[in-house]
Design a protein around this ligand. Structure first.
Ligand SMILES: [Zn+2]
Length: 358
C-alpha cells in the first residue's frame, strides 16, 4: 500500500493533498491499515502519455523482445506510463502481461503505399487492398489504425499524397465500423483535406497544416500529434537528400521553419494537440519531457501542454486519470510542473500499477 502525499494534480485545476494506492488501484479514501503504508511525497501527475511512440521498432524494422523491453523501460523511467503505439511491425502483445511495463494502445502495423515508406516498417500495398488491410490491422490493434498518408514520390521528387480519396474513404469507414479510429502520417499539405473529409480521426506530424486546412480540422475535431522532437530532424534529412531530391529537401526545410507557427495556429483554432515523440524508428525513447517543452516553445500555454501528455491525452485515449478505482499509474516530481514543464525531465518517483518502479 502506498500513500501519495503532497500536491496531487488529479486534474488541471483539481489538487488533492493525498491519495492512496491499494492493490494497484487509486483510492481517495484512507484505507484500513493505512498506518503501515509507504509514503511518497511530491507533486503528482497521472502517468504521462506518449501519443506517438513505437515499441518493437528499430532503424531497420522489427526488433527482438529484449530490445522492445528496453524501449518500454526507458519510456517508463521518463514517466511515460501510457503509450499510443503509432505502428509497429513487432507483436508486442506480450507486454500486456507485464505489470511493470507501460500500458500500450496499439495501432497494428503501419499501412503504406508500395515503396513509399521506410523499408521494413509497413505493410506496403496498393490502394485496391487498403480496405482489407485496414480491417486486418483494426482487428489486431487496440482501437487505432495507422496509415502513411504522404511520403516522397521519387518520380515527382517531392512529398505527395499516397492514397486516392475513394479508397481512403472506404477504408476509414471500415475501421470505424470495426470500432477503430484512424490516424495518418502526414508531413506535407496535399493529403490533408482528403483524409479529413474522409473522416480521419488524427494526423501525425501535421507539419503541412495551413490556413486552408486548419479550420477544417478544427470544425471536425481532428486531433494532431506534432512530434516536434522528430520534426527537429528535418534539416538533417533535407541536407542528406539535397543532391537527389532538391525539391523535396526545400519542402522539408520550409515545413521545419514554420513548425512552431503551424502548431500554434492549430492550437489557437481549437484543434486538439497531443504530445508524441515518435520514439522507435530513429529517435530515442524517453523524450516525452522534451516534446512537452517543444509544445510550450511553439506557444501552447504550459497547462495545456501538460494536459497534452496528462489529463487531456488520457481522456482522448479513453483511459482514466487519478479517479477512484483507476490503476495507480502516476509520477512524482519535486516541483510544480504547471509552473515550469521542464520539471517533467526529472521524475522523482514513478509508480505503475501501485508499485514504485524508480
Ligand atoms: Zn512514427
Amino acid at each position: 500500500m502506498l500513500r501519495i502525499k503532497g500536491r496531487v494534480l488529479v486534474g488541471p485545476d483539481e489538487v488533492r493533498d493525498e491519495l492512496w494506492a491499494v492493490d494497484g488501484r487509486i483510492t481517495h479514501e484512507r484505507p484500513p491499515g493505512a498506518d503501515g503504508a509507504t509514503t511518497l511525497t511530491g507533486w503528482a501527475l497521472p502517468g504521462l502519455v506518449d501519443a506517438h511512440c513505437h515499441v518493437g521498432l528499430g532503424h531497420q524494422g522489427p526488433v527482438d523482445v529484449a530490445t522492445s523491453e528496453k524501449q518500454a523501460l526507458t519510456d517508463r523511467e521518463a514517466g511515460t506510463l501510457l503509450i499510443r503505439d503509432a505502428g509497429s511491425p513487432s507483436d508486442t502483445r506480450w507486454t500486456d502481461e507485464r505489470e511493470d511495463l507501460p500500458k500500450i494502445i496499439r495501432a497494428g502495423r503501419h499501412i503504406a503505399r508500395t515503396r513509399r515508406y521506410i523499408r521494413g516498417y509497413a505493410h506496403e500495398i496498393e490502394p485496391g487492398d487498403l480496405v482489407a488491410y485496414v480491417a486486418r490491422e483494426a482487428r489486431r490493434g487496440d482501437g487505432w489504425v495507422k496509415l502513411v498518408g504522404d511520403w516522397i514520390d521519387r518520380d515527382a521528387g517531392d512529398l505527395a499524397a499516397c492514397w486516392p480519396r475513394g479508397e481512403v474513404e472506404a477504408a476509414i469507414a471500415e475501421a470505424h465500423r470495426l470500432g477503430a479510429r484512424v490516424t495518418a502520417h502526414c508531413f506535407a499539405e496535399a493529403a490533408l483535406r482528403d483524409l479529413v473529409e474522409a473522416g480521419i480521426d488524427c494526423i501525425e506530424h501535421a507539419t503541412g497544416l495551413t490556413e486552408d486546412t486548419i479550420p477544417l480540422f478544427a470544425e471536425r475535431g481532428v486531433a494532431i500529434v506534432p512530434t516536434l522532437v522528430n520534426i527537429a530532424t528535418f534539416p538533417g534529412l533535407a541536407d542528406a537528400g539535397e543532391a537527389r531530391y532538391p525539391r523535396w529537401s526545400s519542402h522539408m526545410r520550409r515545413l521545419h521553419e514554420r513548425r512552431y507557427d503551424t502548431v500554434r495556429a492549430a492550437y489557437d483554432a481549437g484543434i486538439p494537440v497531443f504530445a508524441g515523440t515518435d520514439a522507435g524508428g530513429t529517435l530515442a525513447h524517453g523524450l516525452v519531457a522534451d516534446e512537452v517543452a517543444e509544445l510550450v516553445k511553439a506557444g501552447i500555454p504550459p497547462l495545456d501542454a501538460l494536459s497534452a501528455t496528462a489529463w487531456g491525452a488520457r481522456r482522448w485515449l479513453g483511459r482514466p486519470v487519478l479517479e477512484e478505482g483507476a490503476p495507480a499509474d502516476l509520477v512524482l516530481y519535486d516541483e510544480d510542473p504547471r509552473a515550469d514543464v521542464r520539471v517533467l525531465g526529472s521524475p522523482r518517483r514513478v509508480v505503475l500499477n501501485g508499485r514504485v518502479t524508480g
